[in-house]
Design a protein. Structure first.
Length: 438
């Protein structure tokens, strides 16, 4: 049975993404024009879409794969995260040991893949396997840190507890009471990474940028219209994250949170010396409502500590200005030795979230597949989910597919406005509990 969907919500560039705009401008985009055909249509060139397109091209070298992106690659959610490719869950659920182990297999496979891609294709994205620190600024945070380390020990994962002095030596700031270091995480510049992955796509992948899908006809084939053209393919893979309900799927199971980051100018030599520390580090907060930090290889500091429920998928300039003030407060508290350092950029990025942290993977309709809703673990889980859904769609029985199948499907959401009230209340409570971790 055929049906037509006109999309009522499209991504747009608000020109705020500091990761993207600190890079050199890319070459002109290849825009989808006229009537085109392909064997596979992949929508969304984030980590999942890039992973799916590459894996389809590898598995079906004689097929044409069309990868359609509404903006330039790196401008959207994939290029707006904090620059962590994590290998461990932020918390260990001891009632789900097998699922924990499956996630470890998946994300570590993703890290190996990304390691190979960065090395083979010489992607200049500040990639480093520096690990990360879960840091605590309060006694309550330290208790959470210690519980996290104990949970890791139960699944045989090494972690190093650090006291206040060891944490200060590593980071430069004396704000924290301690932390736990885990070694597997990679740090990078996310917009540079996704742009590099896009440049390295196989020859049988056609990447179309600045080509938002404005309407879709579903039937024996899928026809996706863009402002200047259309493409028809027998099979489609959706890697469209927060915009998926606009395609006619999962509107009752997915909602959108925005996280916000601010990025400083590069520190000068005197400021680097005043900060101290070991450089090129990443901090995950002890509390869910706390502040994430990055110190990059090009001497910038990123602050991320505001999460908002944004069902409209747009944040205005006035709201960003207020959020920047929040980031300034967190920065000043942690880095009093850098009084003259300010932020060059402040931006928001969307997260596709489900009520039960379930993941969308597999078949949505007879010829529509999906890999989305990574619940904030987009770099690694998105990459491997994209590769796995390509294997699933082509009939390959792989460990990746088996592991992805262990994750629950998203549960139905409460109706609005009950959803809105509940999500905003939970976010407010998380921030209140964070206290000085914020």
């Amino acid at each position: 049975m055929s049906r037509r969907i006109t999309l009522d919500r499209l991504p747009r560039d608000d020109r705020t993404n500091g990761w993207y705009y600190t890079l050199l401008p890319p070459p002109p985009a290849r825009v989808l024009e006229g009537e085109q055909t392909a064997d596979w249509l992949v929508v969304g060139a984030g980590f999942a879409g890039l992973g799916a397109a590459r894996r389809l091209a590898e598995l079906r070298p004689n097929d044409r794969v069309a990868l359609v992106e509404a903006q330039r690659v790196g401008l959207g959610a994939a290029g707006r995260n904090s620059g962590f490719a994590i290998d461990l869950p932020h918390g260990v659920d001891m009632n789900q040991i097998e699922r924990n182990r499956a996630q470890l297999r998946l994300v570590r496979s993703a890290l190996e893949h990304l390691d190979t891609m960065v090395t083979t294709h010489q992607i200049a994205c500040q990639w480093s396997r520096r690990g990360k620190i879960h840091a605590a600024a309060t006694d309550a945070g330290m208790r959470q840190i210690e519980a996290f380390a104990q949970g890791l020990s139960l699944i045989d994962e090494p972690a190093t507890l650090m006291d206040a002095e060891a944490t200060r030596r590593y980071l430069g700031t004396s704000y924290y009471k301690g932390g736990v270091y885990t070694a597997g995480c990679a740090l990078m510049q996310p917009a540079a990474l996704v742009r590099g992955l896009a440049r390295a796509l196989p020859m049988n992948v056609d990447l179309y940028e600045d080509s938002p899908v404005v309407a879709v006809d579903y039937g024996t084939s899928v026809r996706a219209e863009t402002p200047k053209g259309a493409i028809t393919a027998p099979r489609m893979v959706l890697c469209s994250e927060a915009f998926t309900p606009a395609f006619g799927f999962l509107g009752d199971k997915l909602f959108t949170l925005y996280t916000f980051g601010s990025l400083t100018r590069p520190l000068d030599d005197a400021e680097v010396k005043a900060l101290g520390g070991e450089g090129d580090w990443g901090i995950i907060p002890a509390s869910r409502g706390g502040t994430t930090l990055r110190y990059t290889q090009d001497r910038r500091i990123l602050v991320r500590n505001v999460v908002r429920y944004v069902p409209g998928l747009h944040v205005g300039d006035a709201a960003l200005a207020r959020i920047r003030e929040d980031h300034v407060h967190a920065f000043r508290a942690r880095f009093p030795m850098l009084p003259d350092v300010g932020f060059d950029y402040t931006w928001g990025g969307s997260l596709c979230i489900s009520k039960n942290r379930g993941t969308v993977f597999g078949k949505l309709a007879d010829n529509v597949f999906a890999a989305l809703c990574q619940n904030g673990v987009g770099v690694t889980k998105g990459t491997i989910a994209g590769r796995a859904v390509a294997e699933y769609a082509t009939g390959l029985d792989s460990q990746h597919v088996a592991d992805m199948m262990l994750f629950p499907e998203p549960e139905l959401l409460p109706n609005r406005p009950f959803l809105d009230v509940g999500v905003r209340a939970e976010l407010a409570m998380a921030r209140w509990h964070a206290g000085a971790e914020h």
